[in-house]
Design a protein around this ligand. Sequence first.
Ligand code: F6R
Length: 366
Amino acid sequence: EKGGYDHFMMKEIYEQPRSIRDCMRGRIYPERGIVQLGGIKEYTEKLKNIDRIIIVACGTSWHAGLVGEYLIEEYARVPVEVEYASEFRYRNPIISEKDLVIAISQSGETADTMAAIELAKEKGATIFGICNVVGASIPRITHAGVYTHAGPEIGVASTKAFTAQVTALTLMAFYIAQQRGTITQGKLIEYLTELNEIPDLIEKALQANDQIKEIAATYKDSNNCLFLGRGSSFPVALEGALKLKEISYIHAEGYPAAEMKHGPIALIDAEMPVVFIATKNSSHEKVVSNIQEVKARGGKVIAIVTEGDTIIKGMAEHVIEIPQTGEAFVPLLATIPLQLLSYHIAVMRGCNVDQPRNLAKSVTVE
Ligand code: F6R
């Protein structure tokens, strides 16, 4: 049942090339630059007239929502707010019929997310769901939606469900952009072609497993760990930190790299591993200077870099390469080494990675 792996989590990490392919199947036509999302087709006209998108979710799904915010704002040019469902529902949020709410949930049963949906529905908003479990409660109370098709996720810590959520949000961002005319056909051809290659690139990213296992052995006894990234890699940092804390019980925090100097830098000493998502993109130089700041204080740097990056190699203790891809798709690749790192650290600490203490796969309590 674990497909030859020691844990469901590892099996599910390795399933990601397949789960992402399943999420995209029948939905993208790269040669023609077309995205089709049957589940929200009826709302195509509506999408042309929305003023704002509010994403509601919890935990890892909320992190996927933050990646979605970057993608939707960048390509569809609609303002996006990302809210913890548990906060949103207890405020008196300002919502109108011109708002689209996107609820993200792997299980489709999270109580706070359901309550947020009901509240937004009462106020007249259109609600889309992004869920993994077919026929769960959330898909039944939303107006329309997109299934992630990642397949059953058994490990309590979300892995393949997260990358499938990010994939579904990417498709949704392009779909909305296509409807609203904020993206050219030529660009869509280019982006969809890149997106279509992501499963193969994840396959390549997984080849760093042995190297990551060695790095894990070096840091398994750490008490704290910091994860830093900029832009759409900031939510990846948050997700990396959540994964580490939930399965290894090491205290970890994710921060936008530039925020480090406003506080967390005080924590850095020779005992502190700092994981940077430092891929080649528009903010590469800035991240390089953030790495220098950590190095100057004796911190140990583990950097996730783009294949062939020589600048960071000379600075970081450890460099984990991921293949080159378009900026929009970096979160899908950069997440992989972070999942593997948490997994190996947790196993080496003797933790029950598939069933971490105090956690449940679906949180149906408020
Ligand atoms: C983390 C994790 C949780 C869930 C959260 C929301 O690995 O699994 O943080 O992401 O409880 O669950 P869903 O997506 O089922 O609404």
